[in-house]
Ligand binder design. Structure first.
Ligand SMILES: Cc1cc2nc3c(=O)[nH]c(=O)nc-3n(C[C@H](O)[C@H](O)[C@H](O)COP(=O)(O)O)c2cc1C
Length: 388
């Protein structure tokens, strides 16, 4: 078993274990990747305030997200094609999250279906919805999530059209991969991944194939998926979906204070300040930079969460200090999944919790719920250099 000291160690191992096409799919942003890199780099500009001689013997990272107790302020973000990072990847991630005590979010574009994960996961999970043009298909997805006892619907708002990721174009990305000579050579050098995939029937988008009209093979699937994201999605439709769902409702992909207010007006129980991990609007600000103004704009009308660029427990503390009640992680857990399957996701969560706990201690905080602006040092112009 390799020694894993931090999330970067999982990433190094992940790169060795998973075919290049799927590593690249994860480890990239759209176009020039400016926003993708800023998400990580901007955390580095914030510094932590060291405090001493405080009783830090009774620490806890426990908190709540939309009323549910969680072991730390982290949920697993929705990841498309997660089941291509490791065989049955969504099931493995859901099980690791349940055992650890944090929420797991299943993507619309998952490999394992809602029903697959519901049958295999001990706890209810959240379902992330992409609004598609085919309204019957969307209605059916919402119904399937309800039947599977999903405990929240996460509606993603920042992907009405796809930002281009150059590596996917160059690699000819598909799920499952096409059996071209370069792909076959790549897979031959990743035997654990390949045997895992041969051992599971779950190798395509199982929420879609067999459910959407006229989608039964790979060619039909890619044509369908490329043309299906609904460019007409607006706030009226968001409210209609909320009314249709009726349960806990989370709006993901908010990056603007005005949109955040509208999301609160639309009745969101939580919003996720997110730019899709830098995979959509290249040139948008990093999430940590816009977080303070969004937190101020909505106050306590809705819970404010952040994702994008979280690779350490220190990052989690910084996000909480700047106004987030909780966070979501994407790549940090995908690295673990690709590196070591379910055990790797658990490892990623353990690493982040331990880093958060020790960082809290060194900042003199006992309870993750008490993290506030007084625990960080923020450059004076961190928010202020940008004008519309
Ligand atoms: C490989 C990959 C696939 C993703 N697929 C989805 C998806 O299907 N639905 C969605 O709402 N967000 C998706 N996202 C965005 C994540 O939910 C999350 O916003 C992002 O990963 C956070 O940034 P981080 O990876 O730096 O933590 C995806 C991100 C990655 C890296």
């Amino acid at each position: 078993m390799p020694v894993i000291a931090c999330i970067d160690d999982l990433k190094t191992l992940y790169r060795r274990k998973v075919p290049k096409m799927f590593y690249d799919y994860c480890e990239q942003g759209s176009y020039s990747e400016q926003t993708f890199h800023d998400n990580v780099q901007d955390f580095r500009q914030i510094r932590l305030r060291q405090r001493v001689a405080r009783d830090i013997s009774l620490r806890t990272t426990d908190t709540t997200m939309i009323g549910t107790k969680v072991a730390m302020p982290v949920a697993l973000a929705p990841i498309g094609s997660c089941g291509m990072q490791a065989a049955d990847g969504e099931i493995k991630a859901a099980r690791a999250a349940a055992a650890f005590g944090v929420p797991f979010t299943l993507s619309t574009m998952s490999v394992c279906s809602i029903e697959d994960v519901a049958a295999a996961s001990p706890d209810p999970f959240w379902f992330q919805l992409y609004v598609m043009r085919d309204e019957d298909f969307v209605d059916a997805l919402i119904e399937r999530a309800r039947k599977a006892r999903c405990s929240a619907l996460v509606l993603t708002l920042d992907l009405q059209i796809l930002g281009q990721r150059h590596k996917d174009v160059r690699n000819g990305l598909s799920t499952p991969p096409r059996l071209t000579l370069p792909n076959m050579i790549d897979m031959a050098f990743r035997p654990e991944w390949s045997f895992g995939m041969l051992g599971t029937p779950r190798r395509t988008f199982r929420n879609i194939v067999g459910h959407a009209r006229n989608v039964s093979n790979l060619e039909q699937l890619s044509t369908w998926a490329n043309g299906q994201f609904d460019p007409k999605l607006d706030w009226a439709k968001v409210v209609r979906i909320r009314d249709q769902w009726q349960g806990k409702f989370i709006l993901k992909g908010v990056l603007d204070a005005e949109d955040a207010r509208m999301a609160a007006d639309a009745g969101a129980d939580a919003i996720v300040v997110s730019n899709h991990g830098g995979r959509q609007l290249d040139g948008a600000l990093s999430t940590i930079r816009v977080l303070p103004q969004i937190a101020r704009a909505v106050g306590d009308r809705t819970e404010v969460w952040l994702d994008g660029g979280i690779r350490t427990g220190q990052d989690i503390l910084k996000a909480l200090a700047l106004g987030a009640k909780s966070t979501l992680i994407g790549r940090s857990y995908v690295y673990g999944l690709g590196a070591m399957g379910q055990a790797g996701v658990t490892k990623a969560l353990e690493v982040l919790q331990s880093e958060l706990d020790i960082t809290m201690a060194l900042c003199g905080v006992q309870n993750a719920r008490d993290i506030g602006p007084e625990h960080v040092l923020v450059p004076q112009d961190f928010e202020g250099r940008w004008r519309t």
